[in-house]
Design a protein around this ligand. Structure first.
Ligand SMILES: *[C@@H]1O[C@H](CO)[C@@H](O)[C@H](O)[C@H]1NC(C)=O
Ligand SMILES: *[C@@H]1O[C@H](CO)[C@@H](O)[C@H](O)[C@H]1NC(C)=O
Length: 269
C-alpha cells in the first residue's frame, strides 16, 4: 500500500507543477553523484558501534547481532562507507530487532573523501561503480547464506541502493529496502521480484513525487508487496547524514529506521 503520506503526496502533485521535472526516468538515472550525495560528510569512526569488525567474503565488514535467528540483513552504505557512525547505529538497531546485521566495506578502504582533490567524484565513482557494488553484494549474500542465514534482507542507502535493487531484481534476497536511492530508475523497479520498501525524502530533487508515484504504480501492477513512502521535509540522505544535535532531524531519521525494521520483520520473520 501507499503510505500515510499519501494525501501530502497528492497535494504535492497538484500544487507542484511549477517545479517542472524534465523527464522523470532521466531524473532518477543520473550516472554521476549529485551534490546532494556528498553534503554533510560524516566523521568516520572505525571503532564506532556496539558490534565488531571482521572479514566476510574478503570484505572488511561491521557485524552486529548474532546469526542464531538465521536471519541476516545486509546494509549497503552510501559513498562514505562502513565506518559511518550513524550507519553502524542503524546496524545495531537491526541487530536489536533480531537480525544479524552486516555492513561491508564495498570501497576497499577508500570511501569517498570530499577533501581529496586528487580523487574528484567522477574519478572515484569510476573505480567504485554501483555495478561493482552489485557483484560484491552478491558475494556477501552468498557468504551470509553459507554462514547459516536462511533468509537475507538487504537495505541500500544512496549509492548502496543500486546494488540492492539489483539483488531484488534477481531475487537474491527475500526483502529489500532502498533509502534515498541514487541511480535507481523506473526500469529497475519494473524488474523487482521481492518485497520492496522505497523511502524517499520530499526534498530529494532526483526523486520527485511523480517518479515515486510511478514506482508505486509499477510495483502494484506487478503485484510486488511494497511500501513506498515520501517523507515530508526530508532531504536526500536524511536517514544517515542527519545532524545528531537536532532532535527534529533525529526523529525524522528514526521514523525511517523503524519503517526499515518493520519491513524486514514482516518479510523475513
Ligand atoms: C575534511 O576537512 C574538514 C575540514 O578541515 C575536516 O573537518 C574533515 O575531517 C575532513 N574530512 C576527511 C574525510 O578527511
Ligand atoms: C545541528 O543542530 C543544532 C541544534 O539544532 C544546531 O545548533 C547546529 O548548528 C546544527 N549543526 C549543523 C551543522 O547544522
Amino acid at each position: 500500500m501507499f503510505s500515510a503520506a499519501l494525501p501530502l503526496l497528492f497535494l504535492l502533485l497538484i500544487h507542484g507543477s511549477a517545479h517542472s521535472v524534465s523527464s522523470e526516468s532521466e531524473a532518477g538515472s543520473k550516472t554521476t553523484l549529485g551534490p546532494h550525495c556528498t553534503t554533510n560528510p560524516p566523521t568516520l569512526d572505525p571503532a564506532s558501534g556496539a558490534g565488531h569488525v571482521g572479514k566476510l567474503a574478503g570484505f572488511n565488514t561491521y557485524f552486529s547481532g548474532s546469526l542464531q535467528s538465521k536471519l541476516a540483513v545486509l546494509l549497503a552504505s552510501d559513498v562514505y562507507g562502513y565506518e559511518t557512525p550513524n550507519l553502524r547505529k542503524i546496524a545495531d538497531k537491526v541487530a536489536a530487532a533480531g537480525f544479524y546485521a552486516a555492513v561491508p566495506d564495498f570501497f576497499y578502504g577508500e570511501p569517498f573523501n570530499p577533501n581529496n582533490t586528487a580523487r574528484p567524484k567522477d574519478a572515484w565513482l569510476k573505480d567504485h561503480s554501483p555495478e561493482k557494488g552489485f557483484k560484491d553484494a552478491k558475494l556477501m549474500v552468498r557468504a551470509l547464506k553459507s554462514k547459516g542465514a536462511s533468509k537475507v534482507g538487504a537495505a541500500g542507502f544512496c549509492w548502496g541502493a543500486k546494488a540492492v535493487i539489483e539483488l531484488a531484481k534477481i531475487a537474491d534476497v527475500q526483502a529489500a529496502v532502498i533509502l534515498h536511492p541514487s541511480f535507481v530508475t523506473a526500469d529497475d523497479i519494473k524488474g523487482v521480484k521481492v518485497p520492496l520498501a522505497v523511502l524517499s525524502g520530499e526534498l530529494d530533487g532526483a526523486y520527485p513525487p511523480k517518479l515515486l508515484k510511478e514506482f508505486d504504480d509499477i510495483l502494484r501492477s506487478n503485484k510486488i508487496d511494497r511500501f513506498v513512502k515520501m517523507f515530508p521535509k526530508c532531504s536526500h540522505g536524511w536517514t544517515l547524514r542527519y545532524n545528531a544535535s537536532d532532535p527534529a532531524a533525529v526523529s525524522r531519521a528514526n521514523i525511517a529506521h523503524q519503517d526499515l525494521l518493520k519491513w524486514f520483520t514482516k518479510h523475513l520473520k
